[in-house]
Each structure stands twice: as C-alpha cells, then as structure tokens.
Design a protein around this ligand. Sequence first.
Ligand SMILES: [Zn+2]
Length: 182
Amino acid sequence: MREYRDRMVQEIAACTCDRCSQRMSPDDDQGEWYEKVSLDWRGGFGSVFGDGAHLSIDLCQQCLRDTLGSWLRVDPPSATDNVIEALKGVVSRPDVRVTVDQMNPLLFGEQDESRGTLLLATRLAKIVAQAIAVFREQDKAIRWLVMPHKQFAGRTALEMAKTEDDARLVEEALVRIDELYG
Ligand SMILES: [Zn+2]
C-alpha cells in the first residue's frame, strides 16, 4: 500500500537564443519552440575550454542553420516520416500527447475545408485518437498507424481512412487489439 503526495515539478517555460536573443516559448510559437537546439555538457581533462568546464548553448533554428549549417548532416525524411508528415495539423507533433479535442481536422491537408477533406480529416482524427487510446503511447500508436498490415491487404491504417468502409475496418481492428491486450 502506497501513499502519495503532490510534488512541484519545474519545466522549461521559455528559452532565449544565445545568438539572436529571440525568446521562444511553447505558448508563443510551437514551431520555433520545438525546433530550437539546446546543448549542455561538461568538458573533460584536456578540453579546449578548460579542464572540466561546463558548456551550454541554446540556439533558435535559424541561428543553428546560420552557424553550423554548412556542416550539419541533413537527411530527407524516411517513408515513415512522410506519413507522419501527413498527420500534420491532426496532431501537433508525433512525440507530443494530444487528446481528440486538441486535434484539428480543419488543419489537415492543404487547409481545404471542402466536405471530402473534412470527412477524411475527421476519420483520421478519430482513428488516431482511438489508436492512442488503445496503445496508450502516442509513438506506439503512430508506428502502428503508418505500418502496412496484412489484414488491410498491405495498406496502412492511415491509407485505409480514405474511405468510410475501410476506416470502419481499422476501427474494428483497434477494438480487437484492445480486447486482446487491453
Ligand atoms: Zn537565434
């Protein structure tokens, strides 16, 4: 039997770029906030900065490109990442937890509010939310959503969302997974 008490947890609320002084916070601009780069390490003996020196830097994405850009290895997204790209607008980021209320079907695709796109976006949002509920972890859910499945004739769950009938098959598959492992 365990007893619990509340604990205060500190989290980073904002960060200023050490080069251009741009202040970044998740409330101001999520895009800038998640693309910033923070380095923090301690030099060992023989460090050019001094033995055991503590080193840190916070850079906005523009300053990262303008300073280290010529040496950065930038690889194009893999096929899986491309499908995650398709989720843009439905979930803000694949590694951040969202509830179905936070998903915005209107933002899906090319901001096309035509009925077809809206229906697709709504189906996608529903399937994503259901998968997150079943797998309990968003990255696990997304991995399942972007993986080709035998039961869907080699298609991914997201591809299945294109039609109402196929989307129902995905929902049924998720219910079965939930019953088996839930
Ligand atoms: Zn900067």
